[in-house]
Design a protein around this ligand. Structure first.
Ligand code: PMP
Length: 440
C-alpha cells in the first residue's frame, strides 16, 4: 500500500534506486536507457560526478538562506550566467523552483507590467490549443488541454486559445512550410482583433511543442511574424522553453534558431538537469524598468527561490555543458539519432512523421500512413508503447493529444546530451521492438 497520492495515476511502477550516465536502475537490478531524460530533464544523464561534487561542496558550505535576509554566491552567479547567455534584450533572471512556477511568475510579470504602465484592462492572454504550460492555476489556464482544465473551471486567467495551434504541416501537405507558418501566425492577429488588442496582455507559446505534440518545431518565419504581431498591438510575447530550452534543441534557447527574442522566457527542466528542482523567468529590460519606475519591484516571491543548492546544481550542469562542448554533441547526435529513426521507420506502416530539433525528437503514430488516420484513442497506443519500451529497458515519453482537431499518438525522445552512437542505435532498436509489440 502506498501513501503517495500521485500513484493514483501510476499504480504499477518499478522503484528507481540508482542512475549512472544514460541509465537508470530499478530495485530488481534492471537497467533502463533514459531516452526521454525523464521528461526532457536529465540533460547530463545521471550521477554526473562534477554535479555531485558541486552539490556536496555547496551542502557543506550553505544549504539555505532566506532571500529576505541574504543573497548567495550561487544565486548571483547563476543569474549572471543566464543573462549572459540569454536572447537579446534580456536583463534579469527571476529564480524559482520549476516549470509551472516559471510560467506562473511570467504571467504575473506581464500583468504587473501593464498595471504599472497604467493599462490595467490588459488582463487576458492568448495561447495555443495544443499546449501544456504547467499545472498551477495560472499556468493551467494558459494550457489548452481540455481534460486537464475540466475540473478547475473557471480558471483564474482568462485565456483564448487559437487554431491552427502551431506550425504543423504534416496534415497540410499541399501548403509550403512558410505559408503554413504565416497562416498559423495570422490566427493570433485575428484573435487579437476579435478580442480588442487593448484587453490582451500576452501571447504564450512553446517554440517547439513538447509534451502535447511530440516535438513539433515552429515553421520558418512563424515566430518572427508572431513577434511582429505582438509588437504591432503592444502585446507581450512569453515563450515557454521549460521543455525545449537549455540546449535541448542544439542551441541554448530554441528561439535563437527562429531569430526571435521574447519579452519573457520561462525555463526549467534541463536548467538543473534533474539534480535539483529549479526554474527561472528571464525578463527583458522594459519589464524590469516598469517595475523599477513603478511600485519598485515585482510583487511575487517563494520561500525557495534562488535556493543555494538548486543554483549550485544548475551552475554545475551549465558549466559541464559548456566545458565539454555538449551542445555540439546535441546537434551531431540529434542528426544521427534522427537518421537512424528514419532508416528504421521509413517503411513502417504506423510511423507517419519523424520530427524535432536537436535531441528533442518526436514520432507520430498513425493507423494508416496514406490517409494519416490516427489510432482510436481508446487504444491508448502511446501508453502501450511506453509500457513495452520499459519492458525492454527503454524510457520514452508518450503523448496522446489533439492535432489540429484530430486525435493523435506521439512518442517523444529527449535523451541526455552525452548520448553516443551505439546508445542511439540501441534506442532505435528497442523502440522498434516496443512499437511492434504495442501494435500486435
Ligand atoms: N511548460 C512546459 C512546456 C512543460 O513541458 C512543462 C512540464 N512538462 C511545464 C511548463 C511545467 O513544468 P513543471 O512540471 O516543472 O512544473
Amino acid at each position: 500500500m502506498t501513501r503517495l497520492l500521485h500513484r493514483q495515476i501510476h499504480a504499477e511502477l518499478p522503484m528507481a534506486v540508482g542512475g549512472r550516465g544514460v541509465e537508470l536502475f530499478d530495485s530488481h537490478g534492471r537497467a533502463y536507457i533514459d531516452a526521454s531524460g525523464g521528461a526532457a530533464v536529465s540533460c547530463l544523464g545521471h550521477g554526473h560526478p562534477d554535479v555531485v561534487a558541486a552539490l556536496q561542496r555547496q551542502a557543506e558550505k550553505l544549504a539555505y538562506a532566506h532571500t529576505s535576509f541574504f543573497t548567495s554566491e550561487p544565486a548571483e552567479a547563476l543569474a549572471e550566467r543566464l543573462v549572459a547567455d540569454a536572447p537579446a534584450g534580456i536583463s534579469h533572471a527571476y529564480l524559482v523552483s520549476g516549470g509551472s512556477e516559471a510560467v506562473e511568475a511570467a504571467l504575473k510579470m506581464a500583468r504587473q507590467y501593464f498595471v504599472e504602465k497604467g493599462e490595467p484592462q490588459r488582463g487576458r492572454i492568448v495561447a495555443r490549443r495544443q499546449s501544456y504550460h504547467g499545472n498551477t492555476l495560472g499556468a493551467l489556464a494558459a494550457g489548452g488541454n481540455a481534460w486537464r482544465r475540466a475540473s478547475f473551471q473557471p480558471l483564474l486567467v482568462e485565456t483564448h486559445h487559437i487554431d491552427p495551434c502551431y506550425a504543423y504541416r504534416y496534415r497540410q501537405p499541399g501548403e509550403s512550410e512558410e505559408a503554413y507558418g504565416r497562416r498559423a501566425a495570422d490566427a493570433l492577429e485575428a484573435k487579437l482583433l476579435e478580442l480588442g488588442p487593448e484587453t490582451v496582455m500576452a501571447f504564450v507559446a512553446e517554440p517547439v511543442v513538447g509534451a502535447t505534440a511530440g516535438a513539433v518545431p515552429a515553421a520558418p518565419g512563424y515566430l518572427a511574424r508572431i513577434r511582429e504581431i505582438c509588437d504591432r498591438y503592444g502585446v507581450l510575447l512569453i515563450l515557454d522553453e521549460v521543455m525545449c530550452g537549455m540546449g535541448r534543441t542544439g542551441t541554448m534557447h530554441a528561439c535563437e534558431q527562429d531569430g526571435v527574442a521574447p519579452d519573457l522566457l520561462a525555463i526549467a527542466k534541463g536548467l538543473g538537469g534533474g539534480y535539483q528542482p529549479i526554474g527561472a523567468v528571464l525578463l527583458s529590460r522594459r519589464i524590469f524598468d516598469a517595475f523599477a519606475e513603478g511600485s519598485g519591484f515585482f510583487q511575487h516571491g517563494h520561500t525557495y527561490m534562488g535556493h543555494p543548492m538548486a543554483c549550485a546544481a544548475a551552475l554545475a550542469v551549465q558549466e559541464v555543458i559548456a566545458r565539454d562542448g555538449l551542445l555540439a554533441n546535441v546537434r551531431e547526435m540529434g542528426a544521427y539519432l534522427r537518421e537512424r529513426l528514419e532508416m528504421r521507420f521509413a517503411d513502417h506502416p504506423h510511423v507517419g512523421d519523424i520530427r524535432g530539433r536537436g535531441l528533442f525528437l518526436g514520432l507520430e503514430l498513425v493507423a494508416d500512413r496514406e490517409t494519416k488516420e490516427p489510432f482510436d484513442p481508446a487504444l491508448k497506443l502511446h501508453a502501450r508503447v511506453k509500457t513495452q519500451a520499459m519492458a525492454r529497458g527503454l524510457m520514452v515519453y508518450p503523448a496522446g493529444g489533439t492535432i489540429d482537431g484530430s486525435r493523435g499518438d506521439h512518442v517523444l525522445l529527449a535523451p541526455p546530451f552525452i548520448l553516443d552512437a551505439p546508445t542511439a542505435e540501441t534506442i532505435v532498436e528497442r523502440l522498434g521492438q516496443a512499437l511492434d509489440a504495442a501494435l500486435s
